[in-house]
Design a protein around this ligand. Structure first.
Ligand SMILES: Nc1ncnc2c1ncn2[C@@H]1O[C@H](COP(=O)(O)OP(=O)(O)OP(=O)(O)O)[C@@H](O)[C@H]1O
Ligand SMILES: [Mg+2]
Length: 287
């Protein structure tokens, strides 16, 4: 299909897709960053001073808690992530991993504490501003794929471009090729295997060059071969300076990161530095 015709099709499909995206987004909390409104009264109840960002930190969480009634899903988290770092978050089910990713990914706000992403305290932002930051700075990979079922692979990637700036078929094709899906571009999501759908999600997450890539159980549904392919993509991203935060139950996936933090009952219960080194990119790593 010619690019122009494809963009026309995208426009025709956009109205339907917006409905679907908003369904998917509702599931993931994407357009409704919260949960947060109802605990607004808990926001910033402590007067935490604005963080001085160290230049090599892309993200700093200070005294972050997320409280649901009696439950502290996150309990006074302090964590900094450096530009270009590959961090794994592990811990038992219910320990707060997804809650933390949702807060970092601007899909939810903490009850207390500050979350400084590239110099902006996102804990204080209103939903509209959170949506903007998420669109511009964050690449999200979910275990459930949230692909639009009646758009082809390349159109799913172009849809992400559409919401960010302008659809660009050539760039979308390059993104598909970079995850080994160049020859599947016309396939609908249900004509792709689970591993291929996961790679399509990665292409979609990367298309707008996010500052930080967040992946919640990106290999949870994959066989060994597809897990290897996904980890290989992460490795290449790491080597080009991307900042990656990955939640996983799989120790082997965690071991690929530079650092693993373990959550338990909403607290950081452990931290391990792995052998992997930060790649040097023109003198220093970038975010
Ligand atoms: N919207 C909510 N309302 C009430 N409790 C919630 C809500 N979201 C999460 N929780 C609770 O917060 C705790 C942390 O949940 P979270 O999803 O972060 O766990 P997780 O570490 O990602 O677990 P898993 O490994 O099973 O995905 C759980 O006890 C969960 O039941
Ligand atoms: Mg989870």
């Amino acid at each position: 299909m010619k690019p122009l015709r494809m963009i026309e099709n995208m426009k025709e499909k956009k109205v339907r897709a917006e409905g679907d995206m908003s369904d998917a987004n509702n599931q993931t909390g994407i357009n409704k960053p919260d949960n947060a409104n109802k605990d607004d009264n808990l926001m910033n109840s402590k007067n935490i001073p604005e963080q001085e960002m160290k230049s090599d930190h892309i993200l700093t969480l200070t005294e972050v808690s997320k409280i649901y009634g009696e439950l502290k899903a996150l309990d006074n988290i302090n964590l900094s992530v450096e530009k270009g770092e590959w961090l794994a978050i592990m811990g038992p089910s219910g320990s707060g991993k997804t809650t933390m990713m949702n807060i970092i990914g601007c899909m939810d706000r903490p009850s207390m504490g500050s979350v400084v992403l590239e110099g902006t305290n996102i804990a204080k932002l209103q939903p509209k501003d959170l949506t903007e930051i998420r669109r511009d700075k964050i690449g999200l990979i979910f275990q459930q794929f949230h692909l639009v079922n009646y758009l082809t692979a390349v159109e799913n990637v172009m849809m992400a471009q559409y919401y960010h700036s302008m659809p660009d078929q050539e760039e979308a094709m390059e993104a598909l090729e970079s995850v080994g899906l160049g020859d599947r571009y016309k396939h609908l999501p249900n004509q792709l295997s689970g591993g291929e759908q996961q790679r399509l999600c990665i292409a979609r997450a990367l298309i707008n060059h996010p500052s930080i890539l967040l992946a919640d159980e990106p290999t949870g549904n994959l066989d060994e071969k597809n897990e290897f392919i996904v980890m290989d993509i992460f490795e290449k991203l790491h080597n080009t300076g991307s900042t990656i935060i990955v939640v996983t139950h799989d120790q082997e996936v965690g071991d690929e990161a530079e650092r693993i933090i373990t959550l338990d009952h909403g607290r950081i219960a452990g931290e391990v530095k792995n052998k992997r080194q930060r790649p040097v990119i023109k003198g220093k790593s970038r975010g």
